[in-house]
Design a protein around this ligand. Structure first.
Ligand SMILES: [Zn+2]
Length: 330
């Protein structure tokens, strides 16, 4: 072995057919929940970390990479678990590091049959590829959670602030959303078919956290999210304060929407990420290949810039900015 390669222990997990935290002994566990088989007849295991506390308490599920190229949540879970001592934990923390294993392997947001797992939850028992995978996730994993934090990122060609989507009319969910220290919280009851909505339908507090960009690990955003999730666990009374506190006081929005271009060309988004804008403020301009200005896009109402396009080449209907409208849900 070359001297520049240091070999660490690593390796190994316990294969199981379902997640049953109540049957585990206090301590740290590395599990792989068997869900389906691939085309070479090999079992696909969803990798799971479990910190089972010495004292009783709720089971908090943290899921990452239901979109297979959204990696920041994976690193967040790894780093969070390195700092959890089961001896001082009340309850159980479950980290599902890669929900969409087949997509992750392909560097792809979608399941290999081109379906979005986060639109078809809770799936179908005798369904097609993605549907049966979703169903087995639902029946073998997700039923164990009393609280859910579902970690995502933006898609390619756009950047996001660190923001949370949550049903702010649900008291326990609103508390979670405020505890995690995001920059922006958007009230959103949860569209049918999402992992969050499928778990929330049982009355479980559940939020979606959007952490940066796909297919990268952004150390700064991962750190902020890791500290925020620790704050959530402290807020739930599961862990003692560790001295690190996320920045609280998110801007709360009762709705949000993307603005789209009405023609194609080269887009220059001048609005700053996370900034508040007033109705009429310039958000972006669009020009043709000769540099002639075709459009100026202005804020249609007061709001905050949650996300923005980074790819300047837009067709008609291209994304400009994701505008949040401040206020409590009515
Ligand atoms: Zn996602």
């Amino acid at each position: 072995m070359s001297s520049w390669i240091e070999v660490h222990e690593g390796g190994g997990f316990l294969p199981v057919d379902a997640l049953r935290p109540s049957e585990l002994a206090p301590g740290m566990h590395r599990l792989g929940v068997h869900v389906v088989e691939d085309g070479a007849a090999r079992p696909v295991h969803v990798p799971i970390l479990v910190a089972k506390g010495a004292k009783p308490g709720p089971t908090v599920g943290i899921t990452a990479a239901v979109h297979g190229n959204e990696l920041n949540g994976i690193a967040t879970i790894h780093r969070l678990f390195r700092r959890i001592d089961p001896n001082e934990l009340s309850g159980t923390v479950v980290g599902v590091t890669i929900v969409n294993v087949p997509g992750f392997i392909r560097h792809d947001r979608l399941y290999p049959d081109a379906q979005d797992l986060n639109r078809i939850m809770p799936g179908k028992e005798n369904g097609n590829e993605a549907a049966v995978y979703a169903h087995r996730l639902s029946t073998r994993l997700l039923g164990a959670f009393d609280v859910l934090l579902d970690l995502h990122t933006a898609s390619f060609g756009r950047v996001n602030t660190l923001y949370v989507r949550a049903d702010m009319k649900h008291e326990a969910t609103a508390k979670l959303a405020r505890a995690i220290g995001a920059e922006i919280i958007i009230h959103n009851a949860g569209a049918d078919g999402t992992l969050r909505a499928s778990v929330a339908s049982r009355g479980v507090p559940a939020i979606t956290v959007e952490i940066g960009d796909p297919q990268v690990i952004d150390r700064d955003k991962v750190r902020l999210t890791r500290v925020g999730i620790r704050d959530v666990l402290e807020e739930l009374g599961m862990l003692p304060p560790d001295g690190e506190r996320a920045v609280h006081g998110a801007i709360e929005c009762h709705r949000s929407a993307w603005l789209f271009t009405d023609t194609g060309g080269l887009l220059d988004v001048t609005a700053r990420l996370g900034a508040r804008v007033k109705q009429g403020d310039v958000l972006a301009t669009l020009c043709d290949p000769w540099g002639r200005k075709l459009r100026t896009y202005r804020a249609p109402e007061d709001g905050v810039i949650i996300g923005k396009a980074t790819n300047p080449v837009v067709r008609t209907g291209g994304r400009i900015v994701h505008l949040g409208i401040e206020g409590a849900p009515s």
